[in-house]
Design a protein around this ligand. Structure first.
Ligand code: GTP
Ligand code: MG
Length: 287
């Protein structure tokens, strides 16, 4: 009977295998969670931007960063969070859940759901997707794409809080900005940076205690220019010819340090709106 049961188990497990996709190793992995029907979930929130919700999303992103392995940084905008993971820091670095797609998406979605629910209650359900991008330049372009979406949505949310759906029909993003300014005296540029361009979650080290922690800061405008945040924060892929592992690792440590200087040079922070929620070290680090 035991052999029968084993045979049955083996047979049934073969049905589970085909959809159990495993991501390729030694590449860049993006995980994005997005709030399901948050238009409805947030209908009682402040419009166009709710500082409490933004701080809760930042804390949700921090919960994701703590749960995942190989996190480089996360980017938060509106009701979505993108996390960049790598698995090539050392020759023996393992990917999160061995790169098993079903594990990654289900744990990412449930971690985000639970983290936001713990803060605000309600049906804070997230969906999740995961994929790899083999080229660091394209990884940079991914974040530029998400930030463009953030800017577009931010302008249109601001406009929607002053004009009716009908008044905005067929109006472009640039025209919305102009309309806000000329007809309502509202300059979109005056909104806090974290609402216009999103926020970054990066790992910061307290220089005195050497304690590390995840921290949110307003994102700079993303570009692929040398010395800017994305080229510094997206770690280089180690290669045979120029960068043996130790060198690549050192280069990465330096990039991350520079990245933190860059991120924390930008002081406008969503936490300004909720100083009671600001983790204490943030204030010290940013001065
Ligand atoms: N009031 C308010 N709403 C917000 C804020 N941030 C995001 N939202 C809402 O969240 C929605 C996010 O957009 P989507 O993700 O495209 O829409 P969704 O309703 O979540 O629908 P699906 O993601 O397709 O399930 C926006 O349309 C806004 O309605 C905020 O700060 N204040
Ligand atoms: Mg959504």
């Amino acid at each position: 009977m035991v052999t029968d049961r084993t045979a049955l188990g083996d047979r049934i497990k073969r049905y589970e295998q085909p959809p159990n996709i495993v991501l390729p190793r030694r590449t860049y992995t993006l995980v994005r969670v997005d709030g399901r029907a948050f238009h409805t979930y947030l209908r009682k929130c402040e419009k166009p931007f709710d500082a409490d919700f933004a701080a809760d999303m930042d804390n949700t992103a921090i919960a994701l960063c703590k749960e995942m392995a190989g996190v480089q940084f996360a980017y938060v905008q509106s009701d979505e969070i993108s996390v960049l993971l790598t698995d090539f820091a050392t020759p023996t670095t393992q990917p999160w859940f061995g790169g098993e797609v079903q594990k990654m998406v289900s744990i990412a979605a449930s971690t985000a759901t639970l983290a936001l629910h713990a803060q605000r209650g309600g049906p804070s359900i997230f969906d999740a997707r995961v994929f790899t991008i083999p080229d660091p330049i394209e990884v940079g372009n991914y974040f530029i794409w998400r930030q463009r979406d953030c800017v577009r949505n931010s302008i249109s949310s601001a406009a929607q809080s002053f004009f009716s759906h009908k008044e905005l029909h067929g109006v472009s993003c640039n025209q919305m900005q102009e309309k806000l300014f000329t007809e309502k005296g509202v300059n979109w540029n005056d909104y806090p940076s974290g609402f216009k361009r999103g926020r970054l979650i990066t790992k910061v080290e307290d220089l005195e205690t050497k304690r590390t922690f995840w921290q949110s800061a307003a994102a700079p405008t993303f570009t692929l220019n040398h010395g800017e945040f994305l080229p510094l924060a997206i770690p280089p892929m180690p290669s045979y010819s120029e960068k043996p592992f130790d060198l690549a690792r050192q280069a990465n440590i330096e990039s991350v340090n520079a990245m933190h200087r860059k991120a924390f040079g930008e002081k406008v922070n969503i936490e300004d709106a909720r100083s009671h929620r600001a983790p204490e070290p943030w204030k010290e680090m940013s001065q």
